[in-house]
Design a protein around this ligand. Structure first.
Ligand code: ZN
Length: 158
């Protein structure tokens, strides 16, 4: 997958200590992830990486928005994204399962792909309810739902 390459950090040859990276997440990123709930978005991902002998410590700051369907009017709405988190990438010849906090890779890999982590972090940071701000829903759509609701009520009463 192309986004795996685009969101990678090549640690081979980097000195021990802090390094900074910036990534941009856009519509093509979410398209590649094939998430039906997220239609697109625009986020800045800032990573501060501390490279040590046996592991990488990655601090993430993600800011921007994603486009979801509004729960109230079903039109597209922008949902703000604000995420801060840490990921440890440990070097080991024995590769263990990624558990959401520690990723295991072989030192020989030379680079680590962060696409999956970035994607999951954005998804987890989203609120349960995704709606427009008060008054910004499409009034035509709202009116249509209200009418349907009333008709359904009347049928129930008969
Ligand atoms: Zn809405």
């Amino acid at each position: 997958m192309e986004s795996a390459k685009r969101y990678s950090i090549a640690y081979k040859g980097l000195k021990n200590g802090n390094h900074e990276f910036d990534f941009k997440v856009d519509d093509t990123f979410f398209e590649a992830m094939e998430n039906i709930d997220i239609k697109g978005g625009d986020c800045n991902v800032h990573v501060t990486m501390n490279r040590a002998e046996t592991m990488l410590e990655l601090d993430f700051q993600i800011e921007g928005y994603v486009v979801c369907e509004c729960d109230r009017c079903l039109e597209d709405c922008k949902v703000p994204v604000e995420y801060e988190g840490e990921l440890l990438v440990k070097f080991s010849e024995e590769i263990r399962e990624y558990d959401g906090e520690v990723m295991w890779i072989s030192l020989a890999d030379g680079e680590v792909s962060l696409a999956q982590y970035i994607y999951e972090s954005i998804v987890l940071s989203l609120p349960y309810s995704r709606v427009h701000e008060e008054g910004e829903c499409n009034p035509d759509m709202l009116a249509r739902f209200t009418t349907i609701d009333e008709e359904a009520d009347e049928e129930l009463e008969d």
